[in-house]
Design a protein around this ligand. Structure first.
Ligand code: NIG
Ligand code: FE
Length: 411
């Protein structure tokens, strides 16, 4: 189907010359066209411009966008949406005074989700995860990264990645998959972390790579989970199988993981709720994207990633949800964008850049996603009638989305 959008109040993130990310002061700039039209042919953006210069088009389904804003779909570069059950009880335990770390030490947390997932068959896991994918698509997400890491056995890790791949195929949405076998130490290996890492590197990785199930390699580099030495080992092994690193670092403690990520040419380093000047220095001049996950900070009541400081240091920043059962049971990118403005002091322009083009970069998709550029995927959000784009983060609890278009199709 071909679509023609007319009378668009404002078309956001218009990049005639393709860029793959924006950094520092450039993040304050969000190029737009007011009173715009946009033409979609099949699944791509064919052309766009100002209404005063619109050529005549025949044979297109027409959508009048009067009073509405159009922007590229959100690019969510960090999620764990394939999981089984939920961890509502741990949420209540935290309200009653336990910390996230204390819950994990008592056998809750990631290993709790792994137990549930191991007991869930592939079909059921698919059905549970599909519900989440459909929800985030309706909330404007048009490309998504999905991690494993709630399996913690070869069989269960493979099951997760297969479900993630199947979701992308069935729903025709760009899905990038990440192998996160080193997410936690399973109880069977409680006193034998190296033994578990042997399984991750010598058993899981070769199988996953042989079946082409992952694009990236990840590890939870954190006190009580995996050290910098473990990180070096796993990333090295992943790279041998052609997987670029995207890692969990600096969520609770600074142990040198950011520098390790940069040394391994990580595509992104994610979380960064705690960050020091050496970390910022390490990121400077690198091609590694810092990724903030403000919904995780919100849900766990932990510090917010110093996004303002990161951008003011001249670095880029991407925003993602971290949708998972333990630390962030929400995949709403609209909330992420608003929270980045409210709690991290990003301007609306910076937050929208971080959630579109920089998110696309953090999952290797900026050639096809993340901006209004001729030839890129027609993945778009059409808002309701709103006063201006700043209203999106301002009205943080409202649903401002009227329609979403995925690969040229109205959803
Ligand atoms: O990104 N921090 C590590 N992993 C996930 C949460 C894991 C969980 O609690 O289930 C995260 O926050
Ligand atoms: Fe995560």
């Amino acid at each position: 189907m071909h679509l023609l959008l007319t009378n668009i109040k404002e078309l956001l993130q218009v990049r005639k010359d393709p860029i793959n990310k924006v950094s520092g002061a450039d993040m304050k700039v969000l190029p737009t066209i007011k009173n715009a039209w946009l033409l979609i042919k099949n699944d791509v953006i064919k052309d766009f411009g100002n209404m005063t210069e619109m050529p005549t088009f025949d044979g297109f389904k027409h959508i009048d966008c009067k009073g509405k804003i159009v922007l590229p779909s959100w690019c969510d570069s960090h999620t764990h949406i394939v999981y089984a059950g939920n961890r509502e009880q741990e949420f209540v335990d935290r309200i009653n005074g336990l910390s996230y770390q204390e819950i994990a030490e008592k056998g809750g947390g990631i290993v709790n989700s792994a137990k549930k997932l191991q007991e869930t068959n592939e079909e059921d896991l698919y059905t549970q995860s599909e519900k989440r994918l459909l929800e985030v698509i309706s909330q404007g997400t048009g490309a998504i990264e999905i991690k494993s890491g709630y399996g913690l056995t070869t069989e269960a890790e493979i099951k997760m990645l297969k479900v993630a791949k199947k979701l992308g195929k069935k729903h025709n949405i760009a899905v990038k998959t990440t192998f996160l076998g080193a997410h936690a130490i399973p109880p069977e290996f409680k006193n034998d972390k190296d033994g578990y890492l042997d399984v991750v590197c010598n058993e899981m990785l070769p199988k996953i790579s042989e079946e082409n199930l992952a694009d990236y390699i990840d590890i939870f580099c954190e006190t009580g989970y995996f050290s910098v030495a473990d990180t070096n080992r796993v990333l090295e092994a992943g790279k041998k199988h052609g997987l670029q690193p995207k890692i969990h670092v600096n969520q609770f403690n600074i142990i040198g993981g950011v520098q390790a990520g940069v040394n391994h040419n990580a595509l992104s380093v994610d979380h960064l709720e705690v960050l020091n000047d050496n970390d910022i220095l390490a990121l400077k001049g690198s091609s590694t994207m810092p990724v903030a996950l403000p919904s995780c900070s919100y849900f766990l009541s932990i510090p917010y990633t110093p996004g303002r400081k990161i951008i003011d240091a001249g670095l880029p920043l991407a925003l993602a949800t971290d949708y998972n059962p333990g630390s962030t049971p929400s995949g709403n990118m609209n909330f992420v964008v608003a929270t980045a403005c409210i709690k991290m002091r990003l301007t609306p322009e910076e937050a929208i850049n971080a959630a579109t083009i920089n998110g696309a970069y953090a999952m290797g998709l900026s050639d096809t996603h993340g901006s209004i550029t001729i030839g890129k995927k027609a993945n778009l959000i059409i808002t309701k009638k709103i006063p201006s784009y700043g209203y999106l983060p301002y009205a943080f609890g409202s649903n401002c989305i009227e329609e979403v278009i995925l690969n040229g199709k109205l959803m």
